[in-house]
Write a protein that binds this ligand. Structure first.
Ligand code: GRF
Length: 211
């Protein structure tokens, strides 16, 4: 059984996709041990409560220094005994000590086809504004392991989505969420829960079924 902790900051639609996939059996061998948000008003926390999932909020704003936050944040995460941390729209920098302790056990969903439109400053609507400004015809989402960089860890899954005539950043964001994020994040969790993913020389290899 894979114990996962989902880290959120906003509406929690990706968290909801994980909850729904676990309920429907699309994700197997997995238990959501808790949800942590830096934003006490995040609707994602409501979603967790609605499903009886332990949730807590902890913010850098509540601490005198980032170092003190990082220490308490790590203690809160460790306390839930996760096998995997899932960043689902989490907007706080992951402390280096957490990345070290959970090496190749932290995944993130990014709303572009990495290496496009990623890295510092590329989050939320900004990603889709940049894609429309560049005039790309295809966008998408990526699930990747988290390392010390920003959106730089080994890529696990990607899914492409067409840009459509008349798209605004908002309509494009919604389509990428519906057609890509909400599908590949649960899929990646199920793959990890069932030993289908390994990292070789910084590249993810998907283990095919023997049959
Ligand atoms: C999603 O667009 C995701 O790609 C990005 O942050 C947003 C989170 O949305 N990382 P939600 O909180 O899951 O609805």
């Amino acid at each position: 059984m894979l114990n996962i902790v989902v880290l959120v900051s906003g509406g929690g639609t990706n968290l909801q996709a994980i909850i729904d996939a676990a309920s429907s059996g699309e994700i197997t061998n997995t238990r959501i041990a808790g949800v942590i948000s830096n934003n006490k008003n995040a609707y994602a926390l409501e979603r967790a409560k609605n499903h009886g999932i332990k949730s807590l909020s902890i913010s850098p704003k509540d601490f005198a220094s980032r170092a003190e936050f990082n220490k308490s944040f790590l203690e809160a995460v460790d306390g839930l005994k996760p096998d995997l941390l899932v960043l689902a729209g989490f907007l706080v920098v992951i402390p280096p000590e957490m990345i070290e302790r959970y090496r190749n056990r932290i995944i993130n969903i990014h709303p572009s086809l990495i290496p496009s439109f990623c890295g510092t400053g590329y989050y939320g609507l900004k990603v889709h504004e940049a894609a429309l400004a560049r005039g790309v015809k295809v966008v998408g989402a990526t699930v990747h392991f988290v390392d010390e960089g920003t959106d730089t860890g080994p890529i696990i899954l990607q899914k492409a989505v067409d840009v459509e005539k008349g798209d605004t950043p908002e309509t494009l964001q919604r389509r990428v969420m519906e057609q890509a994020e909400w599908k590949i994040l649960p899929q990646a969790i199920d793959m990890l829960a069932n030993g289908k993913v390994k990292v070789e020389s910084g590249v993810v290899k998907v283990v095919e079924d023997d049959n």
